[in-house]
Write a protein that binds this ligand. Sequence first.
Ligand code: GDP
Ligand code: MG
Ligand code: ZN
Length: 289
Amino acid sequence: MEQGIIVKGTGGFYDVLTDQGKIVTCRLRGRLRLEDERVLVGDRVKITCSDREGVVEEVLPRSNALIRPPIANVDQVMVVAAAAQPDPIPLLFDRILVHVEKAGLKAFIVINKVDLAPDAAEELKEYYQTAGYPVLLASAAQGRGLEEVRECLKGRITTLAGPSGVGKSSLINALAPGFSLETGDISEKLRRGRHTTRTVSLLALPWGGLIADTPGFSRLEMIDIEVEDLQYMFPEFEPYHSECQFRGCLHRHEPNCRVKEAVADGAIARQRYEHYLLFLDEVEENKPY
Ligand SMILES: Nc1nc2c(ncn2[C@@H]2O[C@H](COP(=O)(O)OP(=O)(O)O)[C@@H](O)[C@H]2O)c(=O)[nH]1
Ligand SMILES: [Mg+2]
Ligand SMILES: [Zn+2]
């Protein structure tokens, strides 16, 4: 039996990218069609094939499964911001990062459109590097920084996150010419009536690795997070939070708080800390009592 990864699924047919690099369109073995757990794009599968048609015989255990977009075995999230147009909103990106951490995924940040605002790009880069995230600067328009982005995508399954208009589709097109994803301004896309019933696909990158063609992490309510767990979704708090005087310190009003000291020292960015406090309030508000 051959093994591969499901890269697309529509109407009962699944495209499997085999380890030999072929795409085989498969049906599911009857038994799999009945199982509760749906087969997802990203699933590693065993297939049997005759000529061009194949059958998915077995789904191998998943390491994770995202709901939006529905993909299994995601390794990392490429969070895309723009240096300008639209101006970056750190609060939004911090929200996305909390949800990426909560999903147990790695994140790296690409600041696109450096051509428009190099200084703003550098400032944002420093902010996220202080938080411990890898940050790359790029310009899809000018072809800048693409080699570094390719390197980060290599050999992994990646989903994208980031608001509309930052250049996610443009970046993919620039990285792998030939994909030609639709780009443009939002009003235009709405007018053409996109965003209807779309299924997610994984694009096979020519240098190895798969990337989802549909961004995720757009539902960002602070739900299903425990008050005391939020701090673990800020990786730069890690060296400090176990050293606070009080066990269970939430780093808010407690005295002798090492996290607050780190903020005062500049080791933790003040704005990140302020966002932490804001999210903490939201988490508490969303708790049913
Ligand atoms: N100046 C500049 N414009 C860009 C760059 N990347 C994308 N754009 C433009 O930004 C707009 C939105 O890009 P798109 O890829 O559709 O964004 P998405 O919604 O995140 O997929 C388009 O008009 C692109 O031409 C860039 O690096 N520099
Ligand atoms: Mg797009
Ligand atoms: Zn504390």
